[in-house]
Ligand binder design. Structure first.
Ligand SMILES: Cc1cc2nc3c(=O)[nH]c(=O)nc-3n(C[C@H](O)[C@H](O)[C@H](O)COP(=O)(O)O)c2cc1C
Length: 210
């Protein structure tokens, strides 16, 4: 069994989706063949199509954008749909991460992947909504399974087992295991730092651009 781990974040580096892929790879280490595929542009290359052709299961790791799937990824999904007959049967899984604390925010975006899978004649194996995406790149260097991301890593390991069994599961939701208030404070601090870096003041956080 060969698994495609698709990074659907538009970021070239330091994405939460990439951090989740790293933790998934730690579960899969020496147990099966995984190929990491970047889908950070609205167009697919022949290399990407070829790599996907070789994989029986595809796992989409992507950020939640406005309760949905990022636009560039949607364009890629449309392109894959055009090639659906060439792919035949595939197992599709989805791991969506969001900036808000609650992974359940990702519910509708997982439905988008489910409906797309069915339109293509693929099997939708299940999805996982991960909350607290803003903390994931910061926690990247922690050992897989370490406390703040233990729930998330348990979820990824569950998905890995289901993929190996070619099994399906109901969507489920996980969060970073840090108190909600602390996550919110850290996120607001991060926004403040970004404002200062971009020539604004912390108090400009709720100002509306002209
Ligand atoms: C255009 C845009 C829209 C977003 N929409 C949402 C949203 O609806 N809900 C949410 O919780 N987070 C939202 N976010 C935050 C991202 O989902 C979050 O930062 C995520 O961790 C980024 O993942 P990545 O690093 O893999 O790209 C949005 C971010 C951007 C840039």
């Amino acid at each position: 069994m060969k698994i495609a781990l698709i990074n659907g974040s538009p970021k070239c580096k330091e994405s939460a989706s990439g951090a989740l892929i790293a933790d998934f790879l730690a579960c899969a280490y020496e147990k099966c063949d995984c190929v990491e595929i970047k889908m950070n542009k609205p167009k697919l290359t022949d290399d990407v199509i070829d790599a996907l052709t070789e994989c029986e299961a595809w796992v989409f790791f992507y950020p939640l954008y406005v309760d949905g799937v990022p636009g560039h990824l949607l364009s890629c999904l449309k392109e894959l749909e055009k090639n659906k007959d060439a792919f035949g049967e595939r197992y599709i899984y989805a791991v969506s991460n969001c900036g808000f604390y609650d992974g359940r925010q990702c519910e509708w975006s997982l439905d988008i992947i489910k409906h797309w899978s069915r339109r293509c004649g693929f099997v939708f194996g299940g999805g996982n909504g991960v909350g607290g995406g803003g903390a994931l790149t910061v926690l990247l260097n922690l050992k897989p399974g370490a406390k703040p991301k233990s729930q998330i890593d348990k979820g990824l390991s569950f998905i890995f087992e289901k993929i190996l069994e070619e099994n399906i599961f109901d969507n489920f939701y996980t969060n970073v295991s840090i108190p909600r208030a602390i996550y919110k404070m850290a996120a607001e601090h991060g926004w403040g730092k970004s404002l200062v870096k971009n020539g604004k003041k912390r108090k400009d956080i709720s100002s509306i651009p002209n």
